[in-house]
Design a protein around this ligand. Structure first.
Ligand SMILES: Nc1nc2c(c(=O)[nH]1)N[C@@H](CN(C=O)c1ccc(C(=O)N[C@@H](CCC(=O)O)C(=O)O)cc1)CN2
Length: 277
């Protein structure tokens, strides 16, 4: 499976670096996870991340907060983690309850600890090719394209979805690799005809089997970044499979890469904070 295989390689490397970090500093890299409320899917994703940390020898510290948490209280909890030198990376699980200003909370994570790449400063650094961490799912997708020998340069890439942690950074990363990028969203007219012109399609809409096989240009590369209930992606897999040159599966595609990138970036943050190469 494409994602599982590439993710395994990235995580093996993160595990090796974790051992080296401990030998050099006597400490372990540490990821703090912040979960607000009791959404079961979010709880599952946080558990998957913490389990992966444990497997790789990365420490994790969990901060569960009630759904009634205010923006101010969440920002204060994040600031406490930001000020703690034993914490190298901070992850705030998205989505947070609707009354919270999620952007303010993401932006409270200092850029050096923003291993999930969700802050505005991280976005700017990524967009302008500066040091920082990219949002894990789009960064994982770029690595997946590389692993499969797909060079975005000169290709028409269509990103369906414009969310701050997926569609928008995805467009920037593809642009940085010289793709011609079209971002489509809920107000886009005649989506199928735009998708039909794409060499690379990234589906990040959050609607099960939304992208149909007949929309695709034969030979297109199709990346399914959907994570809908029941492990169903945003692409109608069987239909798309008959037309696509490469189609990432759900499960076993983009999801494992998201977690692998989070592990890689947490370990890298630990090295940077310790001033080690
Ligand atoms: N702060 C963040 N919040 C959210 C992100 C994110 O990157 N940062 N992404 C999504 C959900 N997500 C991680 O949080 C996520 C979703 C799915 C998977 C995954 O590996 N899925 C597996 C299948 C699930 C399973 O095996 O039970 C797969 O696709 O193979 C990883 C991460 C929203 N929130």
């Amino acid at each position: 499976m494409p994602g599982t295989e590439s993710a395994r390689e990235i995580m093996a490397c993160a595990a090796e670096r974790t051992v080296r970090f401990e030998q050099q500093t006597g400490e372990k890299p540490c990821l703090a996870t912040v979960l607000v409320g009791d959404d079961p899917a979010s709880a599952t994703y946080v558990r998957m991340k913490r389990n992966r940390c444990a497997k790789l020898g990365i420490e994790s510290r969990h901060v569960p907060l009630p759904a009634s948490t205010t923006t101010e209280a969440l920002v204060a909890a994040i600031t406490e983690l930001a000020d703690d030198p034993a914490v190298h990376g901070i992850l705030l699980q998205h989505p947070v309850p609707g009354h919270i200003d999620e952007r303010a909370a993401f932006d409270a994570i200092p850029v050096g600890k923003d291993v999930d790449g969700v802050g505005s400063s991280s976005f700017a650094a990524m967009a302008f090719g500066r040091d920082g961490f990219a949002s894990c799912t789009p960064a994982g997708i770029m690595r997946l394209l590389d692993a499969y020998g797909v060079d975005p340069s000169g290709k028409h890439a269509v990103v369906i979805g414009r969310s701050p942690i997926l569609g928008k950074p995805m467009a920037m990363l593809l642009l940085a690799r010289d793709a011609t990028v079209t971002v489509c969203h809920s107000k886009t007219g005649d989506l199928p005809s735009i998708v039909r012109t794409a060499d690379i399609v990234v589906a990040a809409v959050g609607k099960p089997e939304f992208v149909r096989g007949e929309w695709l240009k034969p030979g297109a590369v199709v990346v399914d970044a959907g994570y809908n209930e029941g492990n169903v992606g945003d692409v109608a897999f069987d239909e798309a499979g008959t037309r696509a040159q490469l189609l990432t599966p759900v499960p076993g595609g983009v999801g494992p890469m998201t977690i692998a990138l989070l592990m890689e970036q947490t370990v890298e943050a630990a090295f940077r904070q310790a001033g080690l190469p």
